[in-house]
Design a protein around this ligand. Sequence first.
Ligand code: GLC
Ligand code: GLC
Length: 649
Amino acid sequence: MPDREWTRRHAVRSLDRLWPRLQTHFQAEAAAAPEAWAAFESRLHGEWERLFGLLVELYGQHYDFFYHLEQLLLATARSWLDRPAWLKQLDAEREADPLWFQSEQMIGGVLYVDRFSDTLAGLRAHIPYFKELGLTYLHLMPLFESPAGENDGGYAVSSYRHVDPRLGTMEELARLARALHEHGISLVLDFVFNHTSDEHTWARRAQAGDPEYQEFYYLFPDRTMPEAYGRTLREIFPTVRRGSFTYREDMRRWVWTTFNSFQWDLNYSNPAVFRAMAAEMLFLANAGVQILRLDAVAFIWKRMGTSCENLPEAHLIIQAFNALARIAAPALLFKSEAIVHPDDILSYIGPHECQISYNPLLMALLWEALATREVKLLDHSMRTRFRLPPGCAWVNYLRSHDDIGWTFDDADARWEWIDPIGHRTFLNAFYTGRFAGSFARGLPFQENPDTGDARICGTLASLAGLEAAVQAGEEQQIDLAVQRILMLHSIILSIGGIPLIYLGDEVGTLNDYTYVADPAKANDSRWVHRPKTDWARLERRHDPASLEGRIFAGLTRLIRLRKALPALWGGEAEFIESGNPHLFGYIRHRRGQRLLIVANFSEHPQQMDANRLRVYGLSYTFQDLISGQTYVAAEPLRLEPYQFVWLEA
Ligand code: GLC
Ligand code: GLC
């Protein structure tokens, strides 16, 4: 690895050589827009040493490195010059306020366009609904061209530049991005950059025998290499196909396919792939995407003899994309989707890599605590693993379109006297209803016959007990389920970071078992929690007597409350020792406001000592902002089943 001094010297020298060439190339544009050109020059100079260092490390050994470098800069400059004026203005605003996403005003939502409103045009008509919910961030699930039939919910992308024609057009998407922005909502899309579908032009050219495009993927003439790599790989979709490789009869080649057989892994050791995907990234940024969800980040680099997950080069690639974004689309943020071991999750988060990240550990452990009614593993893990570097934020969620995996650290579990393997078996049994007395209705996902490993599918409401309670017609169980749903939301809304709501959860949407009738979905139980929006159900949200109305009113009240509390800005939480195994609590403070937040994970009343209340609350009297009730710290704090309090001194 070249040292810092070498990199600095050669970075300067390379830019001295390249800059005049760029100036010549863009002479006319630079003369027409001198300010834009000057902004580009200054950002390029600011980021150059970092970008150059990363690219040398990744690709410096290629004989044509300098060619790729020049092409990359040309494309980056082109992209900046083409960037619409409103986005350039946004760039300036975000540069002046780089921590905008830490705001307590932030509320995220996620949905599938086709399942919510059929089309992009239809979606636009629902902006008032997003505002009613208080959303400031809207993640639209993959909406680009992808194979008809099985396409992994759009995660098999056939073109990053064409919207699936059934949903609309690229122009409509760009218009929607702007319309959302005018209503204070940032558009979030996926950057599915680990793989393309086997119908992408690059894959088609590879299939036709074009060697240039065959080098875009990992193709092997026989089983030798796949078997050698396979010995240390984890199987991601074992019920789809064993192993990580697919034989293509038409090409007589094995293809690396970490996920489904129609999702071909891109070969980032080829600088042409990096360049091609950088161009797609900047294209999406210029379409008005403000946050890119970096899909499957863990898998983008491979090395023989390793798990081919979380390798150091994966970080270098994302950092290089980050540097390019800073130069040509500085308003853009990256969100990491690394559903891996907690240590590895953290490794992707940083101002120069992914500024924000899903928090799968919190997500999984909230469900863990709900099943066990004990918060010790949740509490221990948050105490040691919640803190992020400055300038970064968690995206806290309860459900996504994917399965729930039990990603806690085994040593954390043992520390709390929990056997990690047995515990995962218990959790899987609990959430698939195989455990006697469980309130949850979920389905197993990708049970691995060799390892016994499995993950969980199901909507938030069904996993929290609403489905079983409604079926049994038991009012008291229904009340408990509603209370669980609100308590879980109260935590993602207050713990620190951006709360992300899976749309449908705001009205308690239940599992949809009809997916099995569709052959393109039947083999993927994740579809059980991706139902089409039931507008009749949504319509009932203003009826306080309905279940939907109770959940919607409870949730939107919490959202409004969050937005009114300066203490909820940012991501720093101080976790308390509640002294009660069922109570999870933390303190949030900022600008003179101090909140003590406590949640009861059991269906029985629980209490916290008055001493602790005084110590953590720094006061004698508190008001619970949720119930309006006043508490005096002369007596223990008593919480009803699944009650949560936000106490202000
Ligand atoms: C549709 C629904 C209505 C809902 C609105 C939200 O018109 O029928 O219930 O409030 O969309 O955007
Ligand atoms: C991510 C997505 C998941 C998809 C996979 C392959 O994990 O969230 O839905 O199956 O990547 O793209």
